[in-house]
Design a protein around this ligand. Structure first.
Ligand code: BG6
Length: 501
């Protein structure tokens, strides 16, 4: 559909940003908090970065919320750290942990900002991990339910929007890299058991939220990377569909329809995978109706028919030097590839604002559930210039194009109620610490030097402030190229010119 005007965002649309506890808080052993599995992972696996200080949000949260208010935010997505709430196996609730999040929530509400917490964003307490062998054990279901109960009891009076488990799909797809595998487990087979336990935990969170939080709404947070077929070759189409199924669709189908699709059941059968599905499990999953989908969408990928002669697991770009990413080649299933029609970040992530519109349309068409953007963002190497400023035009371009494409999806008919890009302040990237920054606000530290942790507003902060103030109308430039496709053909013709040379 060609739209004749700039998008119109609905009344009450939530404009904000997002973060997670372990990437921003620091104070990992303060206020009664104990260690989480991602603390250990971040310390022991270079280039992960020690998160004991992170952006020191724990000590700066009032200042950070004041900056959000100055930017005009009406929402903020953040993570709650499980080991801050329940630090030990005696399951005693930590009053200091409750106080920290309670104060944060009150501060946000006083600033007119809707709090949107994530219940689980990779920081499982070490004691839980040890007790249950991580997500492999069904004991996790009751433990997670207990944690959710504590959150809903303490914050449900003030928090109405909840996010359950961050990027369950990515945890299963990239679980080895995130430290979820354990000695003695056959990851490629047993990860599906872990996934089933996570689905049951997710279902418990949804059910409890509806029971305990008056007017409470809850949704999953898939990491969504649409897969375009490389060509019109029919085999590329099927390979792209396989990639989409095995990296994201399986999860969405389970959340929304409460079933494991015939695709995944056949996949398990053919690969000798058994999942312990006990009586009552599927009834629980089916009965847990989500209210919305939190969409994390940074980029797209390209799928093509795999080369049957070799196996290649994806090897992520860990340095930020373009061209290091090695794409998956999985015989019989799919291969991924570079999309020459879009640019990439220094970490080889495709910069593709249309992928946002595409994902929103795809998810709305398939699942008919309202959506909120819970992540999208531009990771970059940055430091203050001689004037103490950051001129992040690339991030402004990225956020402007992505937000505009959210608007186009709304005009296409998709129900979207908020935009919360990653991230407000700089925080630790999962793969690259402070070397890969995402914030609208610079935090003055590097991976090796803590400096003074002072906050500096980047140019993107001011650009976003203007956009929010205008209710999503002041884009700072003519955006019609996104509506009439001239932007896309421009990039394609640049590439054709490059190819001719
Ligand atoms: C999302 C995660 O997948 O991507 C965040 O929910 C993460 O935790 C973000 O930080 C960006 O990825 P990265 O690896 O650049 O930090």
């Amino acid at each position: 559909m060609k739209h004749l005007t700039d998008p119109v965002f609905p009344e009450g649309f939530l404009w904000g940003a997002s973060s997670s506890a372990w990437q921003v808080e620091g104070a990992t052993l303060e206020g009664g908090r104990t260690e989480s599995i991602i603390d250990i992972n971040s310390r022991t696996k270079k280039p992960f970065t020690d998160n004991s200080i992170a952006s020191d949000h724990y000590h700066h949260f009032r200042e950070d919320v004041a900056l959000m208010k100055e930017c005009g935010f009406t929402s903020y997505r953040f993570g709650i750290s499980w080991p801050r709430i329940i630090p030990a196996a005696d399951r005693k609730v930590n009053p200091e942990g409750i106080k920290f999040y309670s104060d944060l929530i009150d501060e946000l509400l006083a600033a007119g900002i809707t709090p949107i917490p994530t219940i689980y964003h990779y920081d499982m307490p070490v004691w839980v991990d040890q007790k249950y062998d991580g997500w492999f054990d069904r004991g996790m279901i009751e433990e997670f339910e207990y944690y959710c109960k504590v959150l809903f009891e303490n914050f449900g009076d003030r928090v109405k929007y909840w996010l359950a488990i961050n990027e369950q799909n990515m945890q299963i797809v990239y679980g080895k890299w995130l430290g979820l595998n354990k000695p003695g487990h056959d990851w490629d087979k047993e990860k599906w058991q872990m996934n089933h336990v996570m689905n049951l935990c997710h279902a418990k969170a949804v059910t409890l939220c509806h029971e305990m939080v008056p007017g409470g709404k809850i949704g999953p947070v898939p990491g969504y990377v649409p897969i375009y077929p490389k060509s019109a070759r029919p085999e590329d189409q099927i390979a792209a569909m396989n990639a989409e199924e095995l990296t994201e669709k399986i999860w969405m189908d389970t959340y929304v329809f409460g079933e494991y699709s015939t695709f995944v059941r056949n996949y398990w059968k053919e690969n000798g995978i058994t999942v312990d599905i006990q009586p009552g499990d599927m009834e629980l999953i089916k009965s847990a109706k989500i209210d919305f989908i939190g969409l994390n969408c940074y980029r797209s990928d390209v799928g093509k028919a795999p080369d049957p002669s070799y196996v290649q697991e994806i090897s992520l770009n860990k340095t930020g030097n373009k061209g290091e990413l090695i794409y998956t080649n999985w015989p019989g299933e799919y291969a991924l590839d570079r999309n020459i029609y879009v640019e990439t970040t220094d970490w080889d992530w495709h910069i593709d604002a249309v992928s946002m519109r595409y994902s929103l349309r795809y998810l709305w068409d398939h699942y008919h559930v309202p959506l909120i953007i819970t992540e999208a963002g531009f990771g970059a190497h940055e430091d203050l210039d001689e004037n103490g400023e950051i001129h992040d035009d690339y991030r402004i371009d990225y956020l402007r194009d992505y937000a505009y494409n959210v608007g186009l999806a709304i005009m296409d008919g998709v129900e979207v109620f908020g935009f919360n890009p990653w991230s407000f302040t700089d925080l630790l990237s999962t793969g690259n610490g402070m070397a890969k920054r995402y914030g609208l606000v610079f935090v003055n530290r590097t991976d090796d030097d803590l400096r003074d942790l002072k906050r500096y507003k980047k140019d993107s902060f001011y650009w976003y402030q203007r956009l929010i103030k205008s209710g999503g109308t002041d884009w700072g430039r003519d955006m019609s190229e996104w509506r009439d496709f001239t932007r896309v053909s421009q990039i394609a013709s640049d590439i054709k010119a490059k190819e001719k040379k």
